[in-house]
Design a protein around this ligand. Structure first.
Ligand SMILES: C[S@@+](CC[C@H](N)C(=O)[O-])C[C@H]1O[C@@H](n2cnc3c(N)ncnc32)[C@H](O)[C@@H]1O
Length: 225
């Protein structure tokens, strides 16, 4: 796949991180399948202690094509402030931060958030290796706390998280400027899991126009009007 990033050092780092993530896909998918045989994904309690501890060190990085698509969307929007719900080891964050850097707006920033402290530590190392740490404010903790103080308008949001997609969107929505884009991963994998997310998007009071772009698993692209 041709890359619009035009940053060989960053692309080398991303190749390595994507390979590490890809190597975990089979066991991660199997863990979800096993759990779904016990309990439907949209039932509270699906993410039990065992599944959470299995997922605690998994990359689950956004696919390359989706991440590059986000890079291009951020370039097209001339995005200055970006929010990411679910940073993990920072793969998608690096694409978003590269777009913010390349847009060359003063004080451009990606606000990421990650609940696993060990992932936060490694993500920060990845940002430093890529020379992109000045463009990233990674907030450690549960996004329901960490995304409370955004203050300024947001141009782009990526939601790449298990559970809590709707709370993430509802928290950031008041800050999205007209024309801002929200991308949410895997919305077609299990529609039931995203029921509340789609209810929120489709409620006219929340002012979104939305469609599912047919990347693998579905990639919901919604525009704030
Ligand atoms: C699918 S992964 C994100 C992958 C990342 N976007 C990438 O491309 O590398 C989802 C991440 O969300 C984190 N997470 C789950 N619930 C969270 C919450 N309530 N607040 C913050 N982070 C959370 C998980 O620990 C996990 O690392």
């Amino acid at each position: 796949m041709t890359s619009p990033l035009n940053d060989p050092g960053l692309e080398q780092l991303l190749d390595r991180l994507h390979q590490m993530s890809d190597a975990q896909i089979v066991e991660t998918d199997a863990a979800f399948e096993r759990r779904e045989q016990q309990i439907p994904i949209d039932i509270e309690g699906y993410y039990d202690v065992e599944l959470r501890s299995f997922l605690a060190d998994k990359f689950a990085a956004l696919d390359r094509d989706k991440a590059l698509f986000c890079y291009l969307l951020c370039r097209s929007l001339n995005a200055k402030r970006v929010v990411e719900a679910g940073t993990s080891y920072g793969v998608s964050t690096l694409y978003l931060a590269a777009a913010v850097r390349d847009n060359q707006n003063a004080n451009g920033l990606v606000i990421g958030t990650e609940i696993e402290p060990a992932k936060v530590k490694i993500a920060r190392e990845n940002f430093r290796k890529a020379g992109l740490n000045d463009y990233i404010d990674l907030r450690e903790g549960d996004l329901r706390q960490t995304l409370q103080d955004l203050y300024e308008p947001v141009d782009f949001m990526l939601i790449d998280i298990w559970e809590v997609a709707q709370p993430a969107l509802a928290m950031v929505s008041p800050y999205l400027r007209p024309g801002a884009i929200v991308a949410c991963d895997n919305t077609a994998v299990d529609i039931a899991e995203y029921g509340e997310y789609f209810e929120y998007l489709n409620d006219p009071r929340n002012r979104f126009k939305t469609m599912t772009v047919p990347f693998k698993g579905g990639f919901e692209i919604s525009v704030k009007i």
